[in-house]
Design a protein. Sequence first.
Length: 269
Amino acid sequence: MKEKFKDKVIVITGASSGIGKELAVQLSKFGAKLSLGARNEKKLQDVAEECENNGAEVIFVKTDVSKKEECKNLINETIKKFGKIDILVNNAGITMWARFDEIEDLSIFEKIMRVNYLGSVYCTYYALPYLKKSKGLIVGISSLTGKNGVPTRTAYAASKHAMAGFFDSLRIELSDYGVDVTMIYPGFVSTDIRKNALGKDGKPLGESHIKESGVMDVETCAKLIIKAMAKRKRELVMGMKGKIGLFLKLFFPSLVDKIAKKAIESGKT
């Protein structure tokens, strides 16, 4: 695995916690050169220091991916430091937990779409010229919700479906340039994203509504993503339940809807 990432310049958004942080830490052990972006500068610095302690060369750039200029700055700072980009990991994201008919603040939809979808578009746009030169890899961290709708996640599902459509289309456009696109579809992963989920009033909930003990740990999730990156896979659907769900959707879509509804209502995955 190490030879796949040694001296590769990898940009990771949402790198201050969760999947992004774990990807950075694991890749730092493989000799990658890392450019880390996130809004929380203090946490980002801590992650960068941990990666440096593993022997990696790292820069961190305070980045709100919902803002075009900050995405552009992240890419520019990466080029200033390393002179190239080999892999872009679009990981930054936010979620929600509210039925559509209970939402009091419709700006939830705008905020989630700007971060999850447009943030990926912005970073990819500014990184693309360098990825073409390196015949690099674009990674989109989506969700099983990007494959199938889930109650209480209308805005989140919409943003993740948008990501899937964008990157699937872009993959075809880039096929003659040697640039690959890998889409990642995790199920529930044990991170703080659900504690920061937006409620019906548009404010963070501060707690998870899922039984965290029954979900995939972030270390395993990151390992699976890195394996998919090394193979430059088209996509990775995580978990047997996720794979079975997609298969069932082809023939029994109503059944999958019922399963999704029951899973959310019971707090299980």
